[in-house]
Design a protein around this ligand. Sequence first.
Ligand code: AMP
Ligand code: TRP
Length: 332
Amino acid sequence: MEKKLVFSGVQPTGSLHLGNYLGALKNFVDLQKNNECIYCVVDLHAITVFQDPIELRDNILETTAAFLASGLDHKKSIIFNQSSVSGHAELAWILNCVARIGWLNRMTQFKDKAGKDREKASVGLYIYPNLMAADILLYKSTHVPVGADQKQHLELCRDIAQRFNNDFKKNIFPIPEPLIQKNISRVMSLRDGTKKMSKSDESSYSRIDLKDSADEIVKKIKKAKSDSLPIPESLSELDSKPEALNLLNIYSDLNKSTLEKTLNEMKGKDYSYLKNKLSEILIEIICPIGKKITQFLDDKNFLEKVINEGSEKANKIAQKNLKEIKNTVGFL
Ligand code: AMP
Ligand code: TRP
């Protein structure tokens, strides 16, 4: 059987939230048991939108702390920050010359993030998906755990890998597979069930941060939008109730159950019943992670040691692959 090499990245742009945990981090931890895994704090991606340098430094350490607090083990997996391995930026340049403008023009995340005034977006934001492809391909990764919002970027990465292999008539890159959670690939905002839960939402009531206290969790879940009618019996009735569906999905996932089973247990009950149960399980699962993040942040030297050691290991693999890639392209 082909050996898996797992790679994924998280941007250090603020505190991580329940969407990051259920959509990505939880999967990272499961994969670490039986595979070689590389997890990267993608600081080069973060600066595609201006970051205050002092905050960026804190956020790199906080994202590293969140990785460890969620259960990643730096002895098993490589944990590091992207800017410390120069191969990411070098390969990104080569891939800029492989990817087509037409492919990038289809990226919906760029359209969303750049908004109406696209001319004012940084060039980095536009070519961000090529850098993401470089992250993955630099290690010849075969599997990439991500939330559903990254599916299109993964498809682009596959196209770039294929195009490179075809252009140079050599099978340099494996075509990486996305690993997207089945039950809950997109955790939605607690205020608007049609928008994804996001670090950048102005309202902190839209998300559960991993560092939230038990009181904050209870308050946010109480205020979360749901529905005025009782919990329905069938899945189809939830189609027009995205906020209710989101709460039920989150509960089912944390409870290691399915939406069908949760509906069976809760049909006819008021949403306050679901909200109490949901708060309880969130406090049980999320608060210990939050406490560990705070503890890790008290020992910045340790966090720096983890990423320095990780960078060294990542750099070794990157340099070896980059040599082969540069040679393939025709550089001396
Ligand atoms: P980011 O914070 O944008 O760097 O995202 C890090 C990882 O978390 C990526 O794999 C995203 O797909 C995932 N992610 C972010 N927000 C959500 C969400 N609301 N639901 C599910 N996954 C998410
Ligand atoms: N673009 C991803 C996000 O915003 C982060 C990311 C950067 C990533 N490089 C990656 C994810 C490589 C997986 C693999 O969430």
